[in-house]
Design a protein around this ligand. Structure first.
Ligand code: APR
Length: 320
């Protein structure tokens, strides 16, 4: 079979990291697109020159022309601006909404058959807007947030329980904001629910609550330390896992921002839920049973996303 084609819209910190990871894993040939002139071309050359050392075969090119994403199998979108210290993801809405319009139109014109993964923040609103602007079917446009949020949760839990991160299966629902819902009853260590481990005395409710809080603010913690931008290694790694699930028809159940229609009492909103990712894109949303507290927490998160969508419609009446 011919090589797959991966187009990365936005060649900044996450975009460059994505290109390097995708090349190392030989997911396909890579096109780095950006509006900045020269920068995607320069990064493409630099990353290409890792090939002889690392031993990968992937053609990596940089471009400022949407025509070059033509025929892409997977598109990962990081175009836009990242946070600076003191900003919330929502502060990016106005600027990044305009970027999603340009990107959505570029995808619609040149790569309407691609599986599109959006990373640009505020995530749940931007992936919804990107779907609207691109006109692609909802199963082909997803947002990356839950894989990253659950990876952050898992990292902190592995530390707390002094176990390998490999044995932690962390579960996060809801929007990619400070109201996200880490679900401890579905979070396990080698199959043992964290709530049971607390009952067994291996940690305390207070320690787990503090970890939940740290997970919710996990992006902001990194922004405050970096000062010049936001996280990029783990966000890129998380999106690559989603791309691999699609390309390999893996049927992985991953927490992703997808359009939820009917399940969880939602009607067409993009929010983070467990979803089967395979060759059909977002193939099936898995609806889990939630207790009253979890439901109430999810409601808070969903209402925050709804507020962002209203703000998008105010700025861009064509979305209403
Ligand atoms: N089309 C294409 N690229 C664009 C556009 C546009 N209309 N507008 C901006 N860009 C490019 C910038 O030139 C820059 O190279 O998007 C890139 C963004 O890269 P960084 O500023 O390094 O940001 P990054 O850390 O990669 O984060 C990107 O992902 O996690 C989110 O909140 C984060 O929204 C941010 C996005």
């Amino acid at each position: 079979a011919p090589r797959k084609k991966i187009a990365l819209i936005g060649a900044g910190m996450i975009g460059g990291t994505l290109a390097h990871l995708a090349a190392k894993k030989e997911l396909g040939d890579i096109v780095l697109f950006d509006i900045a002139e020269g920068m995607p071309q320069g990064k493409a050359l630099d990353i290409s020159q890792c090939g002889p050392v690392e031993g990968f075969d992937a053609k990596i090119t940089g471009t400022n022309d949407y025509a070059d994403i033509g025929g892409a199998d997977v598109i990962i979108v990081t175009a836009g601006v990242p946070r600076k210290p003191g900003m919330s993801r929502d502060d990016l809405l106005g600027i990044n909404l305009k970027v999603m319009k340009a990107v959505g139109e570029g995808i619609k014109a040149h790569a309407p058959d691609a599986f599109v993964i959006c990373i640009t923040n505020p995530l749940d609103a931007m992936v919804w807007a990107l779907r609207e602007f691109s006109g692609l079917p909802a199963n082909k446009v997803v947002g990356m947030a839950g894989v990253l949020d659950s990876a952050r949760f898992a990292t902190f839990l592995a530390d707390e329980f002094k176990v390998s991160v490999r044995d932690v299966n962390a579960f996060v629902l809801g929007g990619h904001g400070d109201t996200m819902v880490p679900v401890t009853s579905y979070t396990t260590i080698s199959g043992i629910p964290v709530d049971d481990l607390v009952k067994m005395g291996r940690s305390s409710r207070e320690a787990i609550d503090a970890i939940v809080k740290r997970t919710r603010g996990g992006g902001g913690e990194i922004v405050a330390l970096l000062k010049t931008g936001s996280a990029y290694y783990a966000p890129a790694t998380s999106a690559i896992a989603m791309a691999e699930a699609y390309l390999g028809d893996q049927k992985r159940i991953l927490p992703c921002a997808v359009k939820v229609d009917g399940k969880y009492g939602l009607d067409g909103l993009y929010v983070g839920v467990p979803v089967v990712i395979g060759a059909g894109g977002a193939e099936e949303v898995i609806e889990i049973a939630l207790d009253d507290e979890q439901k109430a927490n999810l409601d808070v998160s969903v209402n925050e996303v709804k507020g962002l969508l209203e703000a998008c419609k105010q700025i861009e009446p064509s979305l209403a």
